[in-house]
Design a protein around this ligand. Structure first.
Ligand code: NAD
Length: 338
């Protein structure tokens, strides 16, 4: 049985408490939150769990094997560092930290102390994202040309980080996973209308090796909840709509079958032959709760002493990209090195 302390019982923390407390390989022994109201709710739902306001209570408790952080992003680095130094394995909600140096320090600490450090890149545990990774590795869409990623909703509005750190953290983690590593360069523009200096909407471009581009639009100030990705490859195209729970992925056997010759295309028939409009297929995708798969993986990595898929390095790679987007935002969208 792995004994867990959860820090942060706000909007997201209760999902982690439920998963770890009902898991056959773990139990939640502490819930820590600054807000007495959130603690009272946790206590009423889980009377057997100890609650407190001071993270040190969990760090100093030798019965705690692992700490899970679902506190605001700016607290991730200091709390994760303290938990690692106390000898705990750590699962940090995304993003791992708010500065590259902080993320590097957490990776180094985990390595030196021999503890598991994992980041809550929950989409790496999503059946559709995993299936598309298999499709890419099997070269079913051929060489990837570009990705277009859209993540919008009305709220939740953060005051500690901007919409890129909050929302694009997911898209960057997905793109890095699919494409096998981080981009070379990044550029972003955005706007702050609610809290001065904190972008509510960000429009970003990422340049990956081999000419692959990704365009991201993230916003918490938008009328519709959209989680949509289009991937265009040389042999085919696919879409992932995370709001479509039944049929999230579609494969399009579409593309340009012949490169236009120097000849003049002046008939409709000739024009049509260069565009390939093949079948649209809807693969069956495993539909389990991604967060449960993430929690299973964290516990399994602790048991077996192996590096998680979403390890500190993948958290660091995402932070490097998000930090580059920030630099570009402050330089009016200039393309900057990641
Ligand atoms: N993986 C996902 O899909 C997903 C979804 C939502 C949120 N998140 C992440 O989870 C984290 C929390 O997000 P949220 O929406 O639950 O935020 P929230 O503001 O609703 O909750 C944060 C909680 O942490 C508590 N807290 C703040 N500082 C603390 C401290 N020093 N010690 C103990 N408790 C403290 C607050 O009182 C609050 O209850 C963020 O990093 C966010 O990016 C991830």
């Amino acid at each position: 049985m792995i004994r867990i302390a959860i820090l942060g019982a706000g909007h997201w923390g209760p999902n982690l408490i439920r998963n770890f407390h009902t898991h056959q390989a773990s139990e939640v022994v502490w819930v820590i939150d600054r807000d007495p109201g959130r603690l009272e709710l946790a206590r009423s739902r889980y009377p057997d769990v100890r609650v407190g306001a001071d993270p040190a209570a969990a760090f100093d408790d030798p019965a705690v094997d692992a700490v899970v952080l679902a506190t605001p992003t700016v607290t991730h680095h200091p709390l994760a560092a303290a938990a690692l130094r106390a000898g705990k394995h750590v699962l940090v909600e995304k993003p791992l930290a708010t500065r590259t140096e902080e993320a590097e320090e957490l990776c180094a600490l985990a390595d030196r102390l021999g503890r598991i450090l994992m980041v809550g890149h929950v989409f790496l545990f999503n059946g559709a994202v995993r299936q598309i990774k298999e499709d890419l590795d099997a070269e079913r869409v051929g060489k990837v040309f570009y990705l277009s990623m859209l993540r919008t909703n009305l709220g939740p509005i953060r005051s500690d980080v901007n919409a890129a750190w909050d929302l694009a953290a997911h898209d960057v983690a997905i793109a890095n996973y699919w494409l096998g590593g981080p981009p070379l360069a990044a550029a972003a523009q955005g706007g702050s209308w609610i809290n001065p200096g904190i972008e509510d909407a960000v429009f970003a471009n990422l340049w990956y090796p081999n000419g692959v581009m990704a365009h991201l639009h993230v916003s918490w100030l938008s009328p519709r909840k959209v989680r949509d990705i289009t991937l265009v490859g040389e042999k085919g195209m696919l879409t992932f709509d995370d709001m479509n729970l039944q049929e999230p992925v579609r494969h399009y056997d579409k593309g340009v079958s012949e490169k236009r010759s120097a000849g003049f295309v002046d008939t409709f028939a000739l024009f049509r032959t260069s565009i390939r409009e093949g079948a649209v297929t809807i693969p069956r995708v495993s539909t389990g709760e991604p967060l449960k798969a993430e929690c299973d993986h964290f516990l399994d990595c602790i048991h077996r002493g192996v590096r998680p898929l979403a390890d500190g390095r993948s958290g660091l790679d995402a932070v490097r990209v998000l930090a580059a987007l920030d630099r570009s935002l402050h330089e009016e969208g200039r393309r900057v090195d990641v």
